[in-house]
Design a protein around this ligand. Sequence first.
Ligand code: ZN
Ligand code: ZN
Length: 412
Amino acid sequence: MRNHSELLRRYADVTVRVGLNIQPGQTLLIMAPVAGVEFVREVVKQAYAVGARHVYVDWEDEQVTKLNYQLEPEEALKEFPAWRVQQREQLAAQGAAFLTVYAGDPDLLRGVDPKRVGVAQKARLTALAKYRDYIQNMRVSWLIVSIPTQPWAAKVFPEGTQEEQVNRLWQAIFKATRMDVEDPVTAWGNHLQTLRRQADFLNGQRFKSLHYTGPGTDLWIELPAGHIWISAGSSNDQGTAFVPNMPTEEVFTLPHREGVEGVVTSSMPLNHDGVLVENLSLTFRAGRVVDFSADSGYDTLKEILDADEGSHYLGEVALVPHDSPISNMKTLFYNTLFDENASCHLAIGSAYPVCLEGGAQMSREELNQRGVNHSVMHVDFMIGSGQLNIAGETHDGTVISVFRNGNWATQD
Ligand code: ZN
Ligand code: ZN
């Protein structure tokens, strides 16, 4: 059994060397909650050890975030400061790397007016559009990882003392991110290779559409011509490899904006800004959501869908086997980074242009024409289960089973 500080050191090591793959002379911006100070200090140390030029940290406290949502004057909610925009854009233009340490309390925004949150969020997303372009087109290296916070740990593991809850969540995170194996760096290399093989198989098929069937789900998704299935590993404008999410188990592409028909029901709750949306169901016609429901969090779902025109359409199609490390923990993490990697998922809103051949170089109009959805929103929701089947249809009408009972039907 390795002790906590050794595992934490490994986690920071893999974050810096595999996830961000910091290069000599590169600057790193870390966005982290104050609860993550121990991990952040370790990351800063290791980033300089591999030759980072500057490491900046933007500290956040979610109680302050909540107070802002609650108490800011109505008008002020619409404002996002230009200096924050400049910070991100300037660093992105210089080829800096961006680390987000994400550790939200799933219940944080309970009781906060979702309309106010929606206004503030839209302002933020709109102001950061150019920066998000760098991120979504993989032009700069970025990574999202998580660390436990007390409220989050208590939500995932309600039993035991506060200390035990946090320890259990740390153990789950270390397991999900493969820190508990002999050599995490090698394990990550092998894992990334497996994901790449699955993406290669899907890219070889050039499916015209996918047909999803499962409890509450009967959905056709058309895939645009030239779509690309992508797995964890990316490379930035300089050609440097990086892994944007840790953990990551998914292989994903984009749907044709107008090519989604039928109904889909989530298999796990969606935690969006502290509100749980449970048992959400969306009905599509010609790609657009024409009806929706949820057992809880209906208002939040409505806010997501009403953000703009693009938030009425899908932007991501991701495959994750039901039999995989996070899924097998049978733990709801109330955190999309973990839960989406436990399950096949779709995203409401923006598509990644890099999922289309030449997409990163296309204008907005061209992307529209090719069926690439655009929105300020990108919200993943989970639809995988042991009962999910997915069949792919090729352009010559051949039907190939892709997922059977939640797992790859075509395992090599
Ligand atoms: Zn995804
Ligand atoms: Zn996504």
